[in-house]
Design a protein around this ligand. Structure first.
Ligand code: NAD
Length: 260
C-alpha cells in the first residue's frame, strides 16, 4: 500500500477530531513508517513538518505537510529548521514523532567503530536532539506530546545487533527520563517499540525465508507488522486519548515480547 492509501485507510472519523489543528513534526519522514504517519496526519487535518536527511523528503510535500532536509545528529541544523517551521506555522510544534533511524546487523567483534558510532549518533543522539529542540517549546507552552521510536531490541537483546540494541535501549531510557523531567510542565513523552515491520529497513530480514519462518513461529499473532499497524499507537500517544500516559512504551510487536 502506498502512504496515501494507508492514510486513506485509517478511519478518518477517528483521526480527524484528534489531529486537526495540531502542529506535528515527524523525523525520518521518508522512511516506511514515517511516510505512512505523515500521510495519515496530513489527511486528518494536522499541520505536519516532515524532516529527513534524505532529500527525497521534498517529494513528500503535500497539502498540510511541509518538508525539510535535515540531519538529526546536527542540533544547530535542527534549531534552524525549528525557526523555519515556526515561521511558516506561526506556532510551535505540539507533537513530535522521532522515526529517524539506521539499522545494521553483524558480528559484534567485527563491527567497525564507525558503525557503532553511527547507530548511537542517529538513533540515540538524534532522537534526543529532536526532543530537546522541539520539546523546549512544548515545555514553554505547557503542553505537548512526544513519541519516540524504540524497538523490541530496546527492551531485549539479540545476537549480532549490539549497536542497534544499545541505541534503542537508550531511546527508551531517554523517553522515561524526559517523561519525568517534563511531566510537571504538561509535556508527555512516550515510545512505541515495533517488532518486525515490512519497510526498506527490514528488506534483508524479509529476504531470509528460514529466518522469517522462525520469527513468525515466536509471534503470537503469527504475522509481521505493516506500517499501518504503527499508525494507531502513534496517533493514540500523540492525542488526548492518552492524556494520563507518559514514560510508557507500547509494544507494537504482535505479542512477541510478551512471551517466554
Ligand atoms: N521497520 C521495522 O521493522 C522497525 C522495527 C523496530 C523499530 N523501527 C524503527 O522505526 C524507525 C523507522 O524505521 P523504518 O522501518 O521506517 O526505516 P526506514 O529506513 O524506512 O526509515 C528511516 C528514515 O530515517 C532517515 N534517517 C536516517 N538517518 C537520519 C538522520 N541522521 N537524520 C534524519 N533522518 C535520518 C532515513 O533517511 C529514512 O528515511 C527507525 O527508528 C527504526 O529503528 C523499525
Amino acid at each position: 500500500m502506498s502512504p496515501d492509501e494507508i492514510g486513506a485507510a485509517f478511519p478518518e472519523g477517528l483521526a480527524t477530531p484528534l489531529m486537526s489543528d495540531r502542529h506535528i513534526v515527524v523525523t525520518g519522514a521518508t522512511g516506511g513508517l514515517g511516510e505512512a504517519v505523515v500521510a495519515t496526519l496530513a489527511k486528518a487535518g494536522a499541520r505536519v513538518a516532515a524532516l529527513d536527511a534524505d532529500d527525497r523528503v521534498l517529494r513528500t510535500r503535500r497539502e498540510g505537510a511541509d518538508a525539510y532536509v535535515v540531519d538529526v545528529t546536527d542540533r544547530d541544523a535542527l534549531l534552524a529548521v525549528r525557526d523555519a517551521v515556526e515561521a511558516v506555522w506561526e506556532a510551535p510544534a505540539d507533537g513530535l514523532v522521532n522515526f529517524a533511524g539506521v539499522f545494521r546487523s553483524g558480528a559484534s567483534a567485527a563491527l567497525p567503530s564507525a558503525e557503532w558510532e553511527r547507530h548511537l549518533n542517529v538513533n540515540l543522539t538524534g532522537t534526543f536532539n529532536a526532543c530537546a529542540v522541539f520539546g523546549e517549546r512544548m515545555v514553554a507552552a505547557g503542553s505537548g506530546s512526544i513519541v519516540n521510536v524504540g524497538s523490541i531490541l530496546g527492551v531485549r537483546g539479540k545476537s549480532r545487533h549490539a549497536a542497534y540494541a544499545a541505541s534503542k535501549h537508550g531511546v527508551h531510557g531517554v523517553t522515561r527520563a524526559l517523561a519525568d523531567e517534563w511531566g510537571p510542565a504538561g509535556v508527555r513523552v512516550n515510545a512505541i517499540a515495533p517488532g518486525r515491520i515490512e519497510t526498506t529497513m527490514t528488506v534483508d530480514a524479509f529476504a531470509d525465508a528460514a529466518g522469517m519462518q522462525a520469527y513468525l513461529g515466536r509471534v503470537p499473532l503469527r504475522r509481521v507488522g505493516s506500517p499501518t499497524d504503527v499508525i494507531g499507537p502513534v496517533l493514540f500517544l500523540l492525542s488526548s486519548l492518552s492524556a494520563y500516559v507518559t514514560g510508557h512504551a507500547i509494544m507494537v510487536d504482535g505479542g512477541l515480547t510478551s512471551t517466554a
